[in-house]
Design a protein around this ligand. Structure first.
Ligand code: NCD
Ligand code: ZN
Length: 349
């Protein structure tokens, strides 16, 4: 039936997982998120991570100053947890709405996680405080250990860290960010969505690990958590197509300069902001699940974060759209977006 739908209007979506970076890159990428989304939850993993209120206030100012106010767009800030994070600082930040949530990066798990958490027991008092004040904990859910296969990191994190954590803090609100596996879908699905939810990226809904190697190695498809099996991708697609309220939009748009992606140690991250919403639309249409598109994009997230649902709407029309090939950052540097130069069936009205 949905193949006859030519136009769809939904409540303006929010993106609950965005890397905007800073300075030159920030100035060039922000508009892609601002165009499609009313609010975005900004990840704190800058080269100098956002670890306290003051840094966050300054970063938010830089974000707002970099916007050419063509769109109403609201950045929501997060705090990067380290073993030095003080409960008082977090509580203060949360109560003053400087921070909406705090992010846990396991040490060495991804971009700028050198000061991430090595041992979760070091932040017990911080987690206790977050549970008490209802401040959400966002987790990069991968267990990092040289004996753990990269494809098993997410499951091992659930078994060894997340499950014990939830037993210890049953009322702590947790988002398992960018889930990639069938195991994670099954795990999140059976929880109370008030306390455990998950974001899903467009690339994990559209690709599997084989896609990284079609025609040669494709560095622009390297992200963390790494793309998984086709059966994992199918489980992600099926759960959103059933309208499950545990899952909401978090694109994990993660721009890196091309020279850093194509390198001896290429950076992980996919810059999908120019097409993320169109990709989600594409997947919901393929899954014949357009009736759940709005709840995934615009309702389940605010509900989890206890924030109002947006009042404005956005309209997508069935008209082919070519994704930009590259974003010029300066004379020497470009960023290649997800689906660079490719066509999608839907466009922004
Ligand atoms: C992200 C980045 O580059 O900041 N990279 C990624 O592959 N997703 C960090 C993250 O969310 O893991
Ligand atoms: Zn991310």
């Amino acid at each position: 039936m949905s193949k006859f739908i030519k136009k769809i209007t939904i409540i303006k979506p929010d993106d609950w997982h965005v890397h905007l970076r800073d300075e030159k890159i920030l100035k060039k990428v922000i508009h892609y998120t601002g165009k499609f989304y009313q609010r975005a939850l900004i990840m704190p993993n800058l080269d100098n991570p956002i670890t306290n209120c003051l840094k966050s206030i300054h970063y938010k100012k830089r974000i707002l100053n970099s916007m050419k106010l063509k769109y109403k767009f609201q950045p929501l800030m997060t705090c990067y947890l380290t073993r030095f994070t003080k409960s008082k600082e977090l509580r203060n930040g949360f109560l003053k709405k400087i921070f909406i949530a705090a992010k846990l990066y396991p040490n060495d798990s991804t971009t700028n996680s050198r000061t991430g958490i090595k041992n979760i027991n070091c932040i017990t008092s911080v987690l206790e405080c977050m549970e008490k004040i209802g401040m959400p904990l966002l987790v990069h859910g991968e267990e990092i250990n040289k004996n753990i296969d990269i494809y098993d990191r997410e499951l091992k994190f659930i078994e060894n860290t997340l499950e014990p954590l939830r037993k210890k803090f049953p009322k702590l609100k947790i988002v398992l960010e960018h889930i990639t596996t069938k195991d994670s879908v099954e795990y999140v699905k059976k929880s109370n969505p008030k306390y455990l939810s998950a974001t899903i990226t467009p690339h994990h809904l559209m690709l599997d690990r084989n896609d990284m190697f079609i025609g040669g190695i494709q560095p622009h498809l390297y992200c963390l958590p790494i793309l998984k099996k086709n059966t994992d991708k199918e489980a992600l697609r099926e759960v959103i197509a059933r309208g499950d309220k545990h899952f909401f939009l978090g694109s994990d748009t993660a721009p890196h300069l091309c020279k850093n992606k194509i390198n001896f140690f290429g950076s992980a991250g996919i810059f999908n902001a120019p097409c993320s919403l169109l990709c989600y639309m594409h997947v919901f249409e393929e899954m014949n699940a357009l009736k759940y598109f709005q709840s995934f994009c615009s309702e389940n997230g605010p509900k989890f974060y206890n924030l109002p649902i947006n009042k404005e709407t956005i309209t997508l029309i069935k008209k082919p759209c070519t994704i930009i090939k590259k974003v010029n950052i300066d004379k020497k540097n470009i960023i290649i977006p997800f689906l660079s130069g490719q066509n999608l069936n839907w466009s922004l009205e």
